[in-house]
Design a protein around this ligand. Sequence first.
Ligand SMILES: [Zn+2]
Length: 297
Amino acid sequence: MNFDRDFTAWPIGLHRVADGVYAYVQGNGPYGNAGFSNAGFVVGPDYVVVIDTLGTNSMHDDFIRAIRGVTDLPVGLVIITHHHVDHVLGTHRFMPARVICHRQCRAHIQAGRDSMVQRWRDMRPLLAPDLADIPVVVPDITFDDRISIHLGERELVVFHPGLAHTDGDAAVYLPKDGILFTGDLFFNRVCPAAFQGSVSGWIAAVESLLELAPAVIVPGHGPVADRHALREMLRYLRLIQAGSEQAYALGLTPEQAQERMELGELRDWFDTDHRLLQDIQRVYEALKTSMLASVAE
Ligand SMILES: [Zn+2]
């Protein structure tokens, strides 16, 4: 461990959410919650399915130790929820497992395979000592809308709910158990980051996740949750979308929109300081693009 971690925000480590189904939750680090994502795994009769593989070397070590505390079965399959470094860099530790992700997620990993680790070292120097010798694995199986894994008696439905956090997001739903792994489609008590996605698309995606009525939700960041917490993030996204549209119509800058944004207690989430403005800017970009498109028609 080469950097300070804050383990006080919520219960971290391994959480058994059903028989053979585990969430692996991280706390915060030197950059708030940024880079400190969650993962999970499901134990089948013959092999383990891992959902996301985390960011730095010591995170990979801790996660693998947690898996080995539960089962000796090999990891046969890795599901990657999207291409961001903090969700994918541990994949090489599970080779020769098969690796599944959305087609666009694979395209991003392939395009960034030679540069993504160095870019993260440059962006987050305090994490850099923990980012040595990480070969990036490009997933070998992709899907467009959905794919099902049949693991013993259990079905894992891996699906893409449209452009949201990124254009290659995947969620994993276990219908029998009512358990949903969302990747970064859900930030719990952490401000969601829309810098590579779409706030309006994300609203639609969360609405479709809620229609599944999951009992337990494992977010990409923050503690294990229920539907109420996911509705709270939906409330944030709707406030940002409506508030930004209003400010844009008034000719205000994104900074002025940020000042006017009435988020109440949602402002107390981790990482809101820098992400709120980014999220507003993302709505502005989308509004400008749609204005230009309507002028061109
Ligand atoms: Zn992400």
